[in-house]
Ligand binder design. Structure first.
Ligand code: NAI
Ligand code: 15L
Length: 274
């Protein structure tokens, strides 16, 4: 596949979408934007719901690749997750197949494997103790289940239709880490752009699953498959560690939210904004 130039960015109005709208053009991409919500200052952005198959098909027409960020990004009632994340992602894959788009980069999440126990031991962990990328799906929420579905859908569309995907199990991509758990999962926005760029351009990815984070000293997972795409993370959350640990304390192994990769998403019942 030749390196993509035009990329459809779904979820362009969201937190990560806003960061990527700023950072990805520096890699030479021309972005076509789509979101349920209008974007201030972007009159050409497509305002559409992933539920609208015809609109999604029109949105993918003529692009080289898709960076699929749109969807509900936290836990929600199953019916809402079903429509936005499961059916919506299916509509996107069908549209991409019909329009001959060669590659999708899918925003999966750590919550697809959120019940994986977090590794113990002093940082930095030995490579053998890191959570491997082929750990079985262990979703911690309906939200995590939708990300596990998205990864499996990507595998199906690769095996059956030759549509390539990199599924990025993003940790926590925000300007700064805000919790002790995030010291392990943080992906700086600049590293996020580096990783998405690698995922968009690496040759012959088939369906590849990677973890998405910076090169944190307190890393819990294996970045090997991301590095194999050419991703070279430049950032580390460690400069934030002293302050966050002084404010919040060390992780408590007796607390189930601290004992699993998914953090507070494993609490039952979760408290969510939807
Ligand atoms: P966000 O909630 O800020 O943005 C999601 C965007 O998707 C919103 O602008 C929303 O309007 C749009 N959207 C929702 N349903 C839609 C629909 N049916 N049709 C069209 N657009 C729709 O989320 P954020 O943080 O920007 O995350 C982006 C993606 O990355 C999400 O898929 C999220 O699950 C995933 N992710 C993000 C992480 C992070 O640290 N920010 C961590 C792991 C995964
Ligand atoms: C996610 O999947 C969410 O979309 C994001 O808002 C964060 O909560 C992140 O996971 C996390 O685990 O920190």
């Amino acid at each position: 596949m030749p390196a993509p130039r035009t990329v459809l960015l779904t979820g362009a109005a969201g937190g990560l979408g806003t960061l990527m709208r700023e950072l990805l053009p520096t890699y030479g991409y021309e972005l076509r934007l789509l979101d349920l919500r209008p974007i201030e200052g972007e009159p050409e952005a497509i305002v559409a719901d992933l539920a609208d198959k015809a609109a999604v098909r029109e949105a993918v027409r003529g692009v080289d690749a898709v960076l699929h960020l749109a969807g509900i990004s936290l836990e929600a009632p199953f019916e809402k997750i079903l429509e936005a994340n499961i059916e919506g992602t299916y509509h996107l894959y069908e549209a991409a197949r019909e329009e001959g788009v060669g590659r999708i980069v899918f925003a999966s999440s750590n919550h697809a494997v959120g019940y994986a126990p977090r590794p113990r031991g002093d940082a930095p962990l030995d490579a053998a103790d890191l959570i491997p990328v082929d750990v079985p799906h262990r979703p911690d929420t309906f939200y995590g289940l939708s990300k596990a579905f998205g990864e499996d859908l990507a595998q199906l569309y690769w095996d059956r239709h030759g549509l390539e995907t990199v599924s990025v199990r993003i940790g926590s991509c925000f300007a700064e880490p805000t919790s002790v758990r995030m010291l392990s999962l943080w992906m700086s926005p600049a590293d996020g752009a580096r990783l998405f760029h690698a995922a968009l351009t690496a040759p012959g990815v088939g369906h590849t699953v990677v973890y998405g984070s910076s090169a944190n000293t307190r890393l819990w997972w294996d970045l090997g498959s991301a590095r194999a795409l050419g991703y070279e993370p430049q950032d580390d959350s460690e400069p934030y560690a002293e302050k966050l640990i002084a404010e919040q304390g060390e992780l408590d192994p007796e607390n189930i939210a601290h004992a699993h990769l998914g953090g507070h998403f494993v609490n039952d019942p979760p408290i969510w904004p939807y």
